[in-house]
Design a protein around this ligand. Structure first.
Ligand code: ARG
Length: 572
């Protein structure tokens, strides 16, 4: 259990006895002692007593003898708590003895759908899809590790009117030619060429329109061509996932088309529930709370005037399917913030229809954009959108070059391996280390730097510990007897025992920067510890205790980085 909570639990009854009602002791890490509680100050005004007198009484009543070496009243009425070395050692040892590092499997596992990645067929994945893939994968890894049943849903854009022109373009190129172009991953060129013909050529436009009708009507020949486009794109996306080292597989594709048969029943049900209204020839729902700037209610169009269903209807059908059929109680949508309004409306409509009712709830796990060095939306030199694979390859190349430079002894295979782990790790970490709602600037130098809040810094800390153990030899097993005494040892121990609380908080907030920031603090504390406290040169129990701290640090870093989707090579 984490210390803040432990101390809070001990102080709370004492405060309650003094105040005559429950009081949050507000325990925090402090510069002046290990922890500080300042609840007496706020209480003083309410009770009309001097804060120091309150703190003194709490100090006398609280049962802290086994946890604290000293409890002092200081300043205007703070309680300064110094944790006993032995108590701290016991907490560290308990964490070290637990293969799950003090993080329990949840008592009530939920079925969680994580909707993420969601690229569009015959279109290049852009950096927005990168963010969705990275953040969504971290969510899936974390919730799965906690024991939830995680269903990954890759909501591929594989349906809709553009497929008329895409199929006709495929027909023009011939199937083999088209397949060749698509398998090279040149999706944008394919899409653009189709678009250009569509804009310039009326006959092509007509063919495309007929093709959409044939597709929607289930014409077998058309469906076969459509399948061809989808499978080509899917296999391309899978190569990106492989490079990106994410847990998405071919079994997770849940394209928009897979909800096709559910669209009519979904919209019919909305109709039966009296939620449909006609507006400009389209069938709409007007979810409560969504209004335009002028106060007019905003429609969510579920059936267009031509009878077709679009993106909103598909999301409603998917939502209904996820709760009613899959039994999910937590629905996550890892999609950029520009779609915030869309999801607000979908969730509100789902709630109105009764498809989204407690305990089931939906969350839009929104995120900002990636910006170029100029602070504007990331663009390629030619002005187009940046190709995701290009970005990833560049990261790996840069990291491999750096690895070779730093460590000329690395063989080719190992350099490539390290380059991949560090390059991809750097990209992912840069994405996860800041508040996801904010935009961030893609900065190669910074994200590949060995200093600072970066993946390489954390990977380096991990590899240093592994090297300590290589030098210590196989005999130096970490021992369960941990006695942190030196300030730097204690500081590291305090960070390590905080792991479960951070994991728990992030499972709720899905703010991965909290986890990243925590891991960074661990690595910083480790490096201060390693500078000041000799490990291999220490003797007997001290050496054993320090090795145990090293080992636990490595495990926390490894597990934490795993949850962020980042590998930890043995040497950098
Ligand atoms: N294909 C969409 C896009 O590129 C993202 C899909 C997000 N998921 C969802 N259920 N709508 O914007």
């Amino acid at each position: 259990m984490d210390l803040e909570k432990l101390l809070t639990d001990r102080l709370a009854p004492a405060f309650a006895a003094v105040a005559g009602r429950p009081v949050d002791p507000v325990v925090r890490r402090s510069q002046h002692a290990d922890f500080q509680s300042d609840a007496a100050l706020a209480l003083a005004r309410q009770l009309g007593r001097p804060p120091r007198a309150i703190a003194e009484e709490v100090r006398e009543r609280a049962e802290l003898a086994d946890l604290c070496a000293s409890v002092e009243v200081s300043g205007p009425g703070f309680l300064n708590l110094t944790v006993a070395d032995r108590a701290l050692g016991a907490l560290v040892a308990a964490l070290a003895a637990d293969p799950r590092l003090g993080v329990p499997v949840v008592a009530g596992p939920e079925t969680v759908v994580v909707d993420y990645s969601g690229p569009n067929v015959a279109k290049e994945m852009h950096v927005g899809h990168l963010r969705s893939t990275v953040i969504g994968d971290a969510a899936a890894r974390l919730l799965e590790w906690l024991g939830h049943r995680v269903l990954r849903a890759n909501h591929l854009g594989d349906w809709g009117t553009p497929f008329g022109m895409l199929i006709e373009h495929l027909v023009d190129l011939g199937e083999t030619g088209a397949a060749r172009e698509l398998s090279m991953g040149d999706l944008d060129a394919f899409y653009k060429a189709a678009r250009e013909k569509f804009d310039a050529d009326a006959a092509f436009r007509d063919r495309s329109r007929l093709r959409v009708v044939a597709l929607q009507g289930g014409d077998p020949a058309t469906l076969r061509l459509w399948r061809l486009l989808v499978t080509q794109s899917e296999s391309y996306f899978l190569t990106v996932y492989e490079l990106l080292d994410v847990t998405l597989s071919d079994a997770d594709f849940r394209g928009e088309s897979s909800y096709h048969d559910l669209l009519a029943p979904t919209v019919d049900e909305l109709d039966r529930l009296g939620l449909l209204r006609r507006s400009d020839g389209a069938d709409c729902v007007f979810p409560p709370g969504s209004v335009r700037r002028d106060g007019e209610p905003l429609p969510l169009i579920v059936r267009k005037s031509d009878g077709g269903y679009g993106y909103p209807a598909t999301d409603l059908a998917a939502l209904r399917h996820r709760t009613a059929t899959l039994g999910a109680t937590r629905l996550l949508y890892v999609v950029g913030l520009p779609q915030r309004r869309h999801f607000e409306m979908v969730f509100a409509a789902g709630a109105q229809a009764g498809w989204l009712a407690p305990p089931a709830r939906a969350e839009h796990v929104g995120f900002g954009s990636i910006l170029g060095p100029d602070g504007r939306m990331l663009r390629s030199r030619a002005g187009g959108s940046v190709k995701l694979v290009g970005l990833l390859n560049e990261a790996v190349e840069r990291a491999t070059a750096l690895a070779r430079e730093r460590n000329p002894e690395l063989g080719d295979a190992e350099a490539a391996e390290v380059g991949r782990a560090v390059g991809i790790g750097a990209i992912k970490y840069a994405d996860l280390a800041g508040d996801r709602r904010k935009d961030y600037v893609l900065d190669w130098e910074r994200m590949l730097s060995l200093d600072g809040n970066t993946a390489p810094y954390l990977q380096y800390a991990y590899s240093r510990i592994r090297s300590i153990f290589r030098r210590a030899g196989a005999a130096a097993r970490p021992d369960a007897d941990v006695a942190p005494v030196e300030p730097a040892e204690r500081a590291l121990a305090f960070e390590l025992v905080g792991f479960p609380a951070v994991v728990d908080a992030v499972a709720g907030s899905l703010e991965f920067h909290q986890l990243a920031g925590y891991l960074h603090r661990v690595a910083v504390a480790f490096s201060a510890f390693y500078e000041r406290c000799p490990v291999l040169r220490a003797d007997g129990p001290v050496r054993k205790s320090r090795l145990a701290l090293c080992d636990l640090t490595a495990r926390v870093l490894e597990q934490g980085l795993y949850l962020l989707g980042i590998r930890t090579p043995e040497r950098l």
